[in-house]
Design a protein around this ligand. Structure first.
Ligand SMILES: C[S@@+](CC[C@H](N)C(=O)[O-])C[C@H]1O[C@@H](n2cnc3c(N)ncnc32)[C@H](O)[C@@H]1O
Length: 540
């Protein structure tokens, strides 16, 4: 983490460069030359009447998330461009918007003690301005007077003079206590740990509860929950993968990336715009969570007997795992079929696979549940086509199949700052039938002895272990020692001891030739990855 960011990954406003609007002490520079004046925080009526551009960007992102259901990670870059922020101000706006969105739950609990009306009855624009102010005061090291002054200026500029007076009064009350004092006050009378953590770590109560169950279900200690929630509030590092045999990490490493600690061919990049790396622009090096890299490599690496030429990624969009699997397939003289139901996402898969030789892959657009019918009609690469003929009407042609199922995404909350507030408990239940049917469809096109990987970016027991048990009930597949397969593609020693991601599944016997029947659950607070689940299944 750079020196310019605090414990929560936010920038300290104390490292002003030559052109910065903040000086070396973190104070906003005087802007007389821009025709505006900065005033003392104690004179609200005389404060600036226009919104500071980086705070305005953060505010517009919050509004777009609320009013247009926008994704912050998509709308933020557009808004930064619209307001022509320089790199430094863009970084500040990013931390302000993302941090405020993530920690909204904590700030709302504090604001509800400072407002004289319920939050629901507060004008949403005023509420968003207050949240941004609270984050600057309690979550970033912006001096109180600057946070107040600038947020009042923002409110005055985008909402009006009346509301700005109220924003000033409320933020003054917020600034009267430190974050720790606020937490003590808010949680003093709470006997329920889940509610306490929900406020302290800014997650909805139902997600805290689900995570605690998930930790227990995947063999970890439920008391880890606080660390897990805290890890969700950190900005994730950018992990890179060099497509094996196609890309290399040299350029990234020359530009301050550092080698990844979990898996070979990976690096961690924390030095700004990835687009400046030609290897990334060309798609030969890709940004990909290292957990995704691990599961893709584990499926490619697990031992199978017999043919190994036809690989399938059943739910491939936008193509991250497909690109890595496809490159590994090329090295092994195998070919990849990448299927995706949404046309625009199938186009992204085609784009992700561009660096591969054209003859090495096929992209199909279709419902994965109908893959069996669809592959019989498809124009597949020659060796897969031959295999289809060999298996005749059955269509069970594939040696390795990835089912990276559509899921609640609860394991990647740190990537989508607003996601935790949008998701509902029903989202988990809604996807369960689809997850099961996709896995059954995958099994139906896998040849006996071939392997299916069931993967989710969620640790929720309903969409991980329960789906697995339903699949095993079908009697067509057996659970492999997934943890051993994952360890074998990780760097030596890193998934041992407390970092062992494996869990034995009660009542499930090891398959022939396997030490154990295990699943794998990765965690942000243990492995620095998304909370990704994997079960490797061998077709009988
Ligand atoms: C978790 S994402 C896959 C991520 C991808 N493997 C990667 O690494 O980039 C799940 C994908 O499944 C797709 N999907 C949803 N329903 C599907 C279906 N019935 N058949 C095939 N794909 C489906 C979604 O559009 C989404 O792109």
């Amino acid at each position: 983490m750079s020196d310019n960011f605090n414990r929560r990954g936010q920038r300290n406003e104390n490292s002003g460069g030559r052109n910065s609007r903040r000086n070396a002490q973190g104070r906003e520079r005087n802007r007389k030359s821009q025709g505006r004046r900065d005033f003392s925080a104690s004179v609200p009526s005389a404060r600036r009447r226009v919104a500071d551009p980086d705070r305005l960007v953060a505010f517009e992102v919050m509004q777009a998330v609320d009013n247009q259901d926008s994704y912050a990670n998509l709308v933020l870059p557009q808004t930064i461009r619209k307001h022509r922020l320089d790199r430094r101000d863009a970084a500040f706006a990013t931390e302000l918007a993302y941090g405020t969105l993530r920690e909204r739950g904590t700030y709302d609990a504090i604001l509800s003690r400072c407002l004289d009306r319920p939050l629901e009855k507060t004008d949403p624009k005023i509420l968003n301005a207050l949240r941004l102010g609270a984050h600057q005061i309690l979550g970033m090291r912006v001096p109180n007077h600057a946070a107040l002054n600038q947020t009042v200026g923002l409110a005055r500029g985008v909402i009006g003079a009346g509301p700005s007076t109220m924003v000033n009064a409320v933020l003054r009350r917020v600034s009267e206590k430190s974050r720790e004092e606020w937490m003590d006050e808010l949680t003093a009378d709470l006997t329920d740990d889940i509610k306490r953590m929900s406020i302290e770590e800014s997650h909805p109560v139902w997600i805290v509860r689900a995570f605690r169950q998930a930790l227990a279900a995947h063999g970890r200690v439920p008391t880890e929950i606080q660390d897990l929630l805290a890890a969700d509030n950190e900005s994730p590092s950018v992990h890179l993968v060099a497509l094996p045999g196609i890309g290399d990490l040299g350029e990234a490493l020359d530009n301050d990336a550092v080698p990844g600690q979990l898996v070979e061919g990976s690096a961690v990049y924390s030095h700004g715009d990835l687009g400046r790396l030609e290897s990334v622009r060309s798609g030969r090096v890709r940004a990909q969570d290292v957990g995704s890299q691990l599961v893709a490599r584990a499926l490619a690496g697990v031992g199978i007997e017999g043919s190994d030429q036809a690989w399938l990624d059943l739910c491939a969009g936008p193509g991250g795992k497909a690109a890595l699997m496809g490159a590994l397939a090329v090295e092994r003289n195998a070919e990849l079929v990448a299927n995706e139901s949404a046309k625009h996402r199938a186009d992204l898969v085609s784009h992700a696979l561009e660096p591969l030789p054209k003859s090495a892959f096929t992209v199909m657009t279709g419902d994965g549940r109908k893959i069996r019918e669809n592959i019989m009609d498809a124009d597949l690469p020659e060796n897969i086509g031959l295999a289809v003929e060999a298996f005749g009407e059955d269509g069970d042609v594939f040696d390795r199949v990835m089912v990276d199922a559509p899921c609640s995404g609860l394991g990647a909350l740190r990537r989508r700052p607003e996601a935790r507030w949008r998701k509902k408990p029903g989202d988990v239940a809604d996807l369960l039938p689809l997850q099961l049917e996709l896995t059954q469809a995958a099994i139906s096109v896998t040849r006996p002895g071939g392997v299916v990987a069931y993967v989710t970016c969620s640790p929720h027991p309903a969409e991980t272990q329960n789906i697995l048990l339903d699949v095993l009930d079908g009697g067509e597949v057996e659970l492999l020692d997934t943890a051993a397969a994952v360890r074998s593609v990780a760097l030596p020693g890193v998934l041992e001891g407390d970092a062992d991601p494996g869990t034995a599944v009660p009542g499930v016997e090891p398959a022939e030739g396997q030490e154990a029947a295990t699943t794998v659950q990765l965690w942000p607070h243990v492995h620095g990855t998304d909370a990704m689940f994997m079960a490797l299944l061998r077709k009988k």
